[in-house]
Design a binder for this molecule. Structure first.
Ligand code: TRP
Length: 328
């Protein structure tokens, strides 16, 4: 059994793309691994947040992760700030991280440019906090999107540096970056662009908590290609994107999908995709609504999750303290 660790910011908006690229994977990995997942609110405050909103979003993200299939009995799901070991490990690792390597992080450079009035130290050392998240649990595998690849490389470098200085200690984690169709869901309005929550066109992205009718309407309006055949091909990016989505949600292969819609037009196909997605997401939405309304239950799950996370991470932190020469 492998130990898996991953984190998601409470400010993330779950589009179909995020869902298929990340959270659905998280859920599937539970079957054969020891999974630890965190709602990383400490990462979120590296950019300005409205406190009341952050609190609500943290509750909601936790509920959404559960609704998407994270089983809190089997896996550990916790809120990062509930486990102070993350803050403490951050300090230890900061002293094994070089200023120069943090300066090269492209996400830092992007965010600093976007928020020139708040280039705070936390934004700069954010990848160290992330390294601590992973190393505290001696994770083998870290499911991430491609945008976090550089941060995982840094994690490995910091862990190796620590190990070199103080003797073998941290497990060097591997990135798990899903490839294949589901990892890259494209905009419904411009299939050459990735589906993104920041798209100006509201019809470009589908969100997993959207009402059924809205989902169907967006798929009906999805941009297709010239011709009329439902066929997966490079010169048919719109239809191919829809086929990928359909195949993930229906469990049918691309070939089976092609056969199913042979002789039918784009209209029928788009309606079928919309209905399939909406139906598949309905139980997620219902479960989310049920959980989000039960604050006490969520808080108790959070508490248990944090206790379990603390138990594991405490051991690693103590050993790291010993390694660096603290009196413990
Ligand atoms: N930085 C990640 C993001 O913004 C979230 C994250 C924090 C994370 N800690 C992590 C991901 C540890 C994987 C492992 O998406």
């Amino acid at each position: 059994m492998k130990t898996i660790f991953s984190g998601i910011q409470p400010t993330a908006v779950f589009t179909l793309g995020n869902y298929l690229g990340a959270v659905k994977n998280w859920s599937e990995m539970q079957a054969e691994n020891e999974c630890i997942y965190s709602i990383v609110d400490m990462h979120a405050i590296t950019v300005r947040q409205e406190p009341a909103k952050l609190r609500t979003q943290t509750m909601n993200s936790y509920a959404l992760a559960m609704a998407c299939g994270i089983d809190v009995e089997r896996s550990i799901l916790f809120v990062q700030s509930h486990n102070k070991n993350h803050a403490e490990m951050n300090w230890i690792l900061s002293c094994s991280t070089q200023f120069g390597e943090l300066s090269r992080m492209t996400q830092y450079k992007d965010k600093a440019q976007k928020h020139p009035d708040d280039v705070n130290a936390g934004l700069f050392t954010y990848p160290v906090l992330m390294a601590g998240d992973i190393l505290l649990y001696q994770a083998d595998l870290v499911p991430i999107g491609i945008d976090q690849k550089q941060h995982l490389e840094l994690t490995r470098n910091v862990a190796e540096r620590f190990n070199f200085r103080y003797g073998d200690f941290f497990k060097i984690p591997e990135a798990y970056i899903p490839t294949g169709g589901a990892a890259k869901i494209m905009s419904l309005q411009d299939p050459l662009k990735k589906m993104s929550k920041s798209d100006d066109n509201p019809n470009a992205s589908v969100y997993i908590l959207e009402p059924k009718d809205d989902i169907i309407r967006k798929f009906k309006r999805a941009v297709t290609d010239s011709g009329a055949e439902v066929r997966f091909a490079e010169d048919k990016p719109g239809v191919s994107n829809l086929m990928t989505i359909y195949s993930v949600f229906s469990g049918k292969t691309l070939d089976e999908t092609e056969a199913e819609f042979a002789g039918k037009g784009y209209g029928d196909f788009k309606l079928a995709v919309g209905e399939t997605v909406a139906d598949a997401l309905a139980p997620v939405r219902d479960e989310y609504n049920r959980l989000a309304a039960d604050k006490d239950y969520l808080l108790s799950c959070m508490k248990t999750g944090a206790e379990r996370a603390m138990k594991i991470s405490e051991k690693t932190l103590k050993k790291a303290y010993k390694k660096v020469g603290f009196v413990v």
